[in-house]
Design a protein around this ligand. Structure first.
Ligand SMILES: [Zn+2]
Length: 346
């Protein structure tokens, strides 16, 4: 079946009438095409921070869990994911299965010795970090570095982070950095990484620099906000002060980042998979315009990852909604149709 969709395409809201010529959109009518849906069109949702394939931190990659997780993403309207860290090397079909989202990934996380979840990721000395990161980026285009971990841990020093970024960029790759403490954020921004993941305790003074250098921020807001109430009930400790303080400051940081012109990416981080609409609503809940919150989980994220929107010649992905999702973001829970690689998958 040849898929045809029409309606108002975001971000502009212009009327389009698109035909899937294989995995490319075209405006040239294709004989025999079937109009599968009409309404408000997005070029698919994007989850830019998700780790499918394992039930619990430390568990090895499980292909059946991976497949089930990715189906949940598609059911939520996600046509593209970025996995900044995976529980293991993914199978060959990852990102290529016709019914599952496009995917870019950084392979297993790369962390300093003594940090990050036991059983997950690779550990490296400061001297080894740039080489390991560049080798990973050469394989998949991305490397993911854990810049900091628990309260009191040493963050990756700025000179080491700079060497990592230079090595990865030299092979044409990009660097995503996990940071939840000020020192890790300082090092990541000074080094010119491609994205700061989480960004708790990130010094807002860095935001203009991030905007100027194209460093994106993936706040994974909903995962922190959902555990904030429980965290407030805990006994006082450095860890509690770190988490509660960071999570309470996070929404304002997101707003300041958007105002500074930093690219914001929607990412869910946690299980169950397919929660992208909750993250988009959490972004809007900070005070971001619904248009901008949606951009973070759709067209702006696709652009950041190198894919165009709903234009002729673009990869044939789309999600169709009955109404303008910006007027009611709960619309995101009810896609009329999901088109992936030119075929209807939902
Ligand atoms: Zn993560």
């Amino acid at each position: 079946m040849i898929v045809r969709v029409r309606g108002r395409a975001l971000p502009d809201g212009e009327y389009v009438d698109l035909y899937a010529d294989g995995d490319r959109w075209t405006t040239d009518p294709v004989p025999g095409a079937e109009l599968v849906a009409e309404g408000w069109l997005l070029p698919g949702l994007v989850d830019s921070h998700t780790h499918p394939g394992a039930e619990a931190p430390g568990d090895p990659m499980d292909e059946e869990i991976l497949r089930a997780d990715l189906h949940r993403h598609v059911d939520a309207g996600v046509t593209m994911i970025r996995s900044p860290g995976l529980p293991g090397e993914p199978p060959e079909w990852f990102g290529a299965d016709p019914e599952l989202p496009r995917a870019v990934h950084a392979g297993p996380w790369i962390a300093q010795h003594g940090q990050f979840f036991d059983g997950w990721g690779r550990r490296a000395t400061h001297a080894e970090l740039p080489v390991l990161a560049a080798a990973q980026a050469l394989r998949t285009g991305w490397a993911k570095i854990i810049a900091d971990w628990s309260v009191g841990d040493e963050a990756v020093p700025p000179d080491v982070m700079t060497a990592v970024v230079e090595a990865v960029h030299a092979v044409g790759g990009r660097v995503a950095v996990h940071s939840q403490h000020a020192a890790g954020g300082d090092a990541a921004v000074a080094a010119g990484v491609d994205s700061v993941e989480h960004g708790m305790w990130l010094d807002a003074g860095h935001l203009p620099d991030m905007a100027a250098r194209g460093t994106a921020l993936t706040p994974t807001l909903s995962v922190f906000q959902s555990s904030l109430a429980a965290a407030r009930e805990r006994e006082n400790s450095p860890r509690k002060r770190w988490f509660v303080g960071g999570a309470e400051a996070h929404p304002a940081l997101v707003v300041a980042a958007a105002e500074a012109g930093v690219t914001i990416l929607a990412g869910t981080d946690s299980r169950p998979h397919g929660g992208i609409s909750a993250e988009i609503r959490a972004l809007a809940g900070t005070g971001l315009r619904p248009h901008d919150a949606l951009a973070a989980g759709s067209w702006a994220a696709r652009e950041y990852l190198g894919l165009p929107g709903l234009v002729p010649g673009a990869p044939a992905d789309a999600v169709v909604y009955a109404e303008d999702p910006r007027t009611d973001l709960t619309q995101l829970e009810h896609p009329v149709a999901v088109i992936l690689r030119g075929a209807r998958v939902r």
